[in-house]
Design a protein around this ligand. Structure first.
Ligand SMILES: C[S@@+](CC[C@H](N)C(=O)[O-])C[C@H]1O[C@@H](n2cnc3c(N)ncnc32)[C@H](O)[C@@H]1O
Length: 189
C-alpha cells in the first residue's frame, strides 16, 4: 500500500474509533526505532500490541528480532489485513488484547516472553478495558519480561497500570507528532 494510502487509512480508523486508535497519524520512524532499541537481547517471544500500520513492526525486524519470535495482536481489521500483506511470515493475530492469554495460547507454550511492545492508547481507552488488558498482560508475563510503552504525556514516569512492572529506563522522542515518552518497565526477577 502506498504511504499516503496507509496514512489515510489510519486517519479513517481514528475518525471511526478515536478512543481505540488513540492517534491521528502513525508513529514516526524515530519513535519506532527507540521502542525497538529497548527490547532486551536474548531469546523468547516479543509480542507487539496495537501494531496499526506497522511502524514498530518494521523497526523490530530491523533491530534483529527473529521473524519467528514476533507475534502481533491488532484489533482493527483493516490494519490486520494490511500487516499480513506487509509482513509475510510474521504471526499476526486479528484480535483484542482483552483476550491476550487465549489468543497467544499455544503460540507461546512454555517459552518466556522477552518483551511486550505496546502502542495501545491506554489513556484514551475505557477504564474497564485497560483493567482487563493489564490483567492479561500480567498473566502472560513472568519475571524477566520487559513491557515497553509510549505516551504523549512527557512527564509521566508511572507504568500505565499497577502491577509487578517498574520503570527501568525512558527516553523522550521529539521527532514524532506529537513528541512522545518511551518507557521500559521490567518485572524484576
Ligand atoms: C496509537 S495506535 C498505534 C499504531 C502503531 N503502532 C503506531 O505506532 O503507529 C493504537 C493501535 O492499537 C490498536 N488497538 C486498540 N485497542 C486494541 C486492543 N484492545 N487490542 C489490540 N489492538 C488494539 C489500534 O487498532 C491501533 O492500531
Amino acid at each position: 500500500m502506498p504511504k499516503y494510502k496507509s496514512f489515510l487509512n489510519f486517519a479513517r480508523e481514528f475518525v471511526k474509533s478515536p478512543r481505540h486508535t488513540g492517534a491521528i497519524c502513525p508513529s514516526s520512524v524515530s519513535l519506532a526505532r527507540q521502542m525497538a532499541a529497548m527490547v532486551p537481547p536474548g531469546t523468547g517471544k516479543v509480542i507487539e500490541l496495537g501494531p496499526g500500520n506497522g511502524p514498530m513492526t518494521r523497526a523490530l525486524l530491523q533491530q534483529g528480532i527473529a521473524i519467528q519470535d514476533l507475534i502481533l495482536v491488532e484489533r482493527t481489521q483493516s490494519f490486520a489485513k494490511h500487516l499480513t500483506q506487509r509482513f509475510p511470515g510474521v504471526e499476526i493475530i486479528h484480535g483484542d488484547a482483552c483476550a491476550l492469554g487465549s489468543l497467544l495460547g499455544p503460540l507461546v507454550k512454555d517459552e518466556p516472553i522477552r518483551a511486550i511492545v505496546s502502542s495501545l492508547p491506554f489513556r484514551s481507552m475505557p477504564r474497564d478495558v485497560v483493567q482487563q488488558i493489564s490483567q492479561e498482560i500480567i498473566a502472560v508475563s513472568q519475571p524477566g519480561t520487559r513491557f515497553i510503552q509510549f505516551t504523549y504525556h512527557l512527564h509521566d514516569s508511572r507504568p500505565p497500570f499497577p502491577g509487578p512492572f517498574s520503570s527501568s529506563e525512558w527516553h523522550i522522542v521529539w521527532q514524532n507528532l506529537p513528541p512522545a515518552r518511551v518507557g521500559a518497565f521490567d518485572w524484576k526477577p
